[in-house]
Design a binder for this molecule. Sequence first.
Ligand code: AMP
Length: 282
Amino acid sequence: MKIVKTISEVREQVRQWRKEGLTVGLVPTMGYLHEGHASLIDASHRDNDRTVVSDFVNPMQFSPTEDLESYPRDLEHDAVLAEAHGCDMIFNPEPEEMYHKNFSSFVDMTVLTEELCGLSRPIHFRGVCTVVSKLFNIVKPDKAYFGKKDAQQLAVIRHMVDDLNMDIEIIGCPIIREDDGLAKSSRNTYLNEEERKSAVVLSKAVEIGKSAVRNGVRECAEIISEMKAKIESEPLARIDYIKIVDAETMQQIKKIDRPALCAMAVYIGKTRLIDNFFTEDM
Ligand code: AMP
């Protein structure tokens, strides 16, 4: 497995693979890889002849008050994990390689980004769409893999690819969880012991929401209020949002009468965690 830092090295390698008639999968990540990322790499390795993992903490998707500086990084660990799951090349650029000093072009999106995480993180999806577009242009993969953990991000990327006629198949992969149900996340490392125990309340609320839907409840307000009660029973938890939206448009709905996404963001202490379920996956 190669670790490369420059766009030209990625292009040269991918050109070589293309000459050999090989297919290429891309797994975009911000590094500090865990089993959630590994499941995406596994899926790409299964579907494609070659797999590229991008390992880049993208400054453009963090607002000035967010955790860009403290975001965990460990390239050596990432390399071991990625290689064990069939990655052929890690692309680990410096920010200057991705954004030269006169950088001034952005990929932005309305509507889908104006709900859920887009409300509390107003510049986030512009950063995501821009960096993912760049990665697509650099790697030119056949398929790209994204986790359902970041459900709105997955919907936004699908929409961008459709709007801008990008010739890439987007594959959404299931949420990988810890044994107690907490969705795996690089940000879980911010939690102290007490917070880590409290954080399980997110997945417990997801289970409550799912069982309400399974039991035939269709009123979103009723489902949300059951989930809210669970989160509010945990003293260290503070709700940013719990919402139910149309799974494609990300617009709020009142009744589950179409494929829906139930998503939440909850602070545990200072750490903002997300979790969700798609009704179609139940
Ligand atoms: P990140 O490094 O957090 O930006 O995540 C990179 C990719 O891995 C995104 O597509 C995430 O949705 C996905 N991912 C992160 N955590 C998980 C998880 N627990 N299960 C599945 N996919 C995940």
